[in-house]
Design a protein around this ligand. Sequence first.
Ligand code: SR1
Ligand code: MG
Length: 428
Amino acid sequence: MNKPSDTFPEYRALDEKSVAGFVSQIQTVRETLGGSPETWGAREVGDGNLNLVFIVTGTKGAVVVKQALPYVRCVGEAWALPLERAYFENEALTEEAKFVPHLLPQRYHYDSKLAAIVMEFLSPHIILRKGFIQGIRYPRLAADIAEFMAQTLFKTSDLYLGAATKKQRMAIFCRNTELCKITEELVFTDPYRIAKLNRWTTPQLDDIAEKFRQDGPLKTAAQRLKLKFLTTAEALIHGDLHSGSIMATPEDTRVIDPEFAFYGPMGFDSGAVIGNLLLAFFSQEGHESSPGQRKEYRAWLLQTIEETWNRFEQRFLELWQENASGDAYHASLFADPVSSEALATEQRNYLRRLFHDSVGFAGVKMIRRILGLAHVEDLEAIKDPDLRARCERKALRLGRLLVIESESFSTITEVTAAARQEYSHHES
Ligand code: SR1
Ligand code: MG
């Protein structure tokens, strides 16, 4: 097993000149690219918050090189960040590939010295968030993401794994402390206090930003979710499952970027998916060529939220019924019909609790993208600040409701109904 080291003595940040030389040492990459390395081209295309991303193109094909930088790219060298995150990403991809290889990019090479992963160039896939901005429909998305979450969350949990195996896996990921800390601060804490890196559409949202900072019930509920994030080691979660971590075409879906992976609460992943689809929903008003032009697309986004949750819940239950091999709810206890009925009730309760977690996490994920450091293109691409703020305010209001009232929602259709209602709400 590769182990992260404290230092990376041979590390150097790659650039468009050096990256071809690096990948030319990898036999599978040479075969994928074709021709000789001198003829290959390279572009740095990373637009995420943390890493370098290169596309290296040859005569026959292309590959992607993702390399960690020793600092947070969107902030600068002042915010140091361990290179080991590439190791955790590679380990998470290895785990996920056991269950859903068809929903991931193929990996060609992990380089522990350069903190780099060389992987498949997905084409004509685009980042899902960008597809949402363009109004593209993805008929497979709900089923694929539901399958990804059901498989990766169930099969890394105590419902499926023996206790010793799970603890060994947890031991690997519990060292991913710096990436968890980013989430702990940027998602759960900073949006609710004055923090240097916070920003929002100002002055339009100044009032609501301040109101949230004074909002005891909201801050308490957000901290309750943070405590869950800190303490609940339910499964190996992706940890950053937003629409920028999914590449898609209408026919194919791939989940990328699990560098935030650790053993955490399952609802953090399902909540990220729901929250980011809701952000896409509220941002549509800012992408319309004429009022109402995205009405049907908005309806599709809400349907996708419902279908994703419903399929996820169904698949998770199926997996549990078919593979009850874990140490939790040990199968030996539930063989007789009465106990089996009791287990079925317990499983429904488990899913209901997971639903409530997901709703709460969806809410904090929405709020942090509007009041915190890292925003989303869905909203940032809306150039008119008044229009953007109108979309953002609605998203913030729903986000708050999801956080403080998470347990009052019984079904996903109640969540989408609340989104519809907030969308049509006229500002008072
Ligand atoms: C400083 S990193 C900001 C955000 O980018 C990543 O995609 C994560 O969502 C993180 O919270
Ligand atoms: Mg990412």
